[in-house]
Design a protein around this ligand. Structure first.
Ligand code: NAD
Length: 359
């Protein structure tokens, strides 16, 4: 019998509701396949600010490092907005934990689930070709972490700068992850940059070309970020693994999510080389529907499937979750965010229960 320790960051808004359903699903998997999942609750986000005055309490990273993986619901909300000092803001805690755990690779699969082909905002002839891509975004470098400055000039008023910096080491390790995922998928990597303008992109491209020569089985291509934004809506079926730097990835991964339908369906993982991976839905804390049993728990449940596959190498178990989700959706059971006129509307708890019983 295998034993896994999981840190649970339930967070704010709908976070606790969706994590609760994901835990039921893990327990069901444990029961069926003979594993034990032990949980440690970790306080982080707005709820931590309320409890201890800091969104990222001391010792958080140590507790997470003592576990095999971390599952996060969502953090944030208007109560802890931008007028608060940085140490009370939930976003500060998210950036800090990713950095402290060395989670430099963010993986976001964007797949159109068969039962929800109609949920895609794309034209039918485009979505019918299928969408099944994996965004690999660099998470701890680039302009989000570069030096910032704001100063008075003599004649132009205030001026501000944000430095975008990348080292070969940072580019190589994220690039290697992309090629390794491609080897497990359809063996294609598209690397996104702005090499016609940015020096960081020209370095990025040269490192990617070196890596491409190490993976001759993988079909490799460069694409400029503006073209990628267009291709994602014109012909998303062309992509398998898409790798890019932090800010381009932030924007493109949201675009890739939207073309597959609801934000409530999409999981993500942030991984490094040694520390526990962090698994979370891509959506936020949805304060508008929090506490109403309306949140779709599927993104968090599919994040658990990613955890089982990538942190614990439990492939059969991960597939059992994904198959159960597809079965329940195909039977027409949908939460409000994806429900059409003919669907059977269910709440967060009932959706979790249906998926558990389909496993
Ligand atoms: P959001 O993702 O929370 O909500 C956007 C819209 O999608 C809302 O209408 C919401 O009701 C809906 N939605 C989101 N998740 C859903 C689900 N599972 N089921 C059904 N509907 C769902 O984005 P936002 O409103 O821009 O942000 C709200 C808060 O969440 C902010 O404080 C933001 O900073 C935070 N946030 C946190 C994370 C994170 O924890 N990783 C990510 C994004 C945003």
């Amino acid at each position: 019998m295998s034993h896994f320790k999981i840190a649970l960051i339930r967070g704010d808004g709908i976070g606790p509701e969706v994590v609760n359903e994901a835990v039921q699903v893990m327990d069901r998997i444990g029961e069926k396949f003979g594993h034990v999942f032990a949980y440690t609750d970790v306080l982080l986000g707005g709820c931590a600010t309320d409890a201890v005055g800091k969104s990222y309490p001391d010792g958080t990273a140590e507790i997470c490092r003592s576990c095999d993986a971390v599952l996060l619901g969502a953090v944030g909300g208007p109560k802890w907005g931008s007028t608060r000092p940085a140490h009370e803001r939930p976003e500060t805690a998210l950036l800090a934990i990713r950095k402290d755990l060395g989670l430099y690779a963010n993986l976001r699969p964007a797949a159109l689930r068969p039962a929800l082909a109609d949920a895609s905002p794309l034209r039918k002839d485009i979505s019918a070709a299928g969408i099944d891509l994996m965004m690999v975004r660099e998470l701890t470098g680039g302009v989000y972490f570069g030096k910032r400055d704001k100063y008075q000039t003599s004649d132009r008023g205030m001026e501000a700068t944000d430095l975008m910096a990348y080292s070969e080491m940072e580019i190589e390790r994220i690039g290697r992850k992309a090629f390794e995922f491609a080897m497990l998928r359809r063996k294609k990597v598209t690397s996104i940059d702005k090499a016609n303008v940015l020096e960081t992109s020209r370095l990025w491209r040269s490192v990617m070309h070196r890596l491409a020569s190490e993976y001759p089985e993988v079909c490799y291509e460069d694409m400029l970020v503006d073209n990628c934004a267009m291709q994602l809506v014109k012909n998303p079926g062309q992509f398998d693994v898409v790798v890019t730097e932090n800010m381009f990835g932030d924007i493109l991964s949201d675009e890739a999510s939207m073309i597959t339908g609801s934000i409530g369906l999409l999981p993500s993982a942030s991984i490094g080389d040694t520390a526990p991976g962090l698994y979370e839905p891509i959506h936020g804390s949805a304060p508008d529907i929090a506490g109403q049993d309306k949140a779709n728990p599927i993104a968090t449940i599919l994040s658990v499937a990613m955890m089982l596959r990538y942190s614990f190498q439990l492939m059969e178990e991960a597939e059992a979750i994904e198959k159960a989700v597809d079965e329940v959706l195909a039977l027409g059971w949908h939460t409000g965010d994806i429900a059409g006129d003919t669907d059977k509307l269910v709440g967060t708890r009932e959706m979790g229960r249906l998926i558990c019983s389909a496993i």
